[in-house]
Design a protein around this ligand. Structure first.
Ligand SMILES: Cc1cc2nc3c(=O)[nH]c(=O)nc-3n(C[C@H](O)[C@H](O)[C@H](O)COP(=O)(O)O)c2cc1C
Length: 156
């Protein structure tokens, strides 16, 4: 069995919910990417959207797991302004030479996944073996099981 790490950032717990479901199905370790910037509320929304558009980086709290200790790292992000989230961009940039095989997932209101996935692959110089895009509403209403199972199958 592959040793798998799931790393995710989540501002409002949608992406977290998917990460936890994947972890259970895959028997994977999970790590939350924690930002030192407060992104709560309307002000947090505004700075996050602006910083994602500008492809800015942030300062993350120290992470616990080393991606290079795994066979596969699955990276999850919310879509912000048709981009990956700022904390995920930072995580990938900080550790860009440490990744084994990767897979990506995202949650979003409606669009931006393709560009975000392409850029995530560019930053670390690797193409994902699988990707999963879920809309927020699908996750919240538990309508994503089929897509999640398909993703899990393509990884195993
Ligand atoms: C600053 C900001 C910008 C966003 N921009 C987009 C976007 O461009 N496209 C989209 O489909 N959803 C966008 N969303 C919605 C989020 O991607 C969506 O709600 C996601 O599921 C949130 O994940 P989380 O709960 O894990 O933080 C944006 C949300 C935020 C906070």
């Amino acid at each position: 069995m592959k040793k798998i790490l799931i790393v995710y950032y989540s501002r409002t717990e949608t992406t977290k919910k998917v990460a936890m479901q994947l972890a259970e199905k895959l028997g994977a370790d999970v790590e939350e990417i924690k930002d030192t910037v407060d992104r709560k509320g309307a002000k947090g929304y505004l700075i996050s959207g602006r910083d994602a558009t500008l492809r800015k980086l942030t300062v993350l709290e120290k992470s616990e797991n080393n991606p290079s200790n795994y066979d596969l790292v699955i990276i999850g992000t919310p879509i912000w302004s048709w981009n990956m989230s700022v904390p995920v961009r930072t995580y990938l940039t900080d550790r860009k030479d440490e990744f084994p095989e990767v897979a990506f997932f995202c949650t979003m209101g409606g669009s931006g996944d393709k560009r975000a996935f392409a850029e995530m692959g560019e930053i670390i110089g690797k193409q994902p073996i699988a990707t999963l895009t879920l809309k927020t509403v699908e996750v919240v209403k538990d309508l994503a099981q089929e897509k999640i199972d398909e993703f899990v199958k393509s990884i195993n």
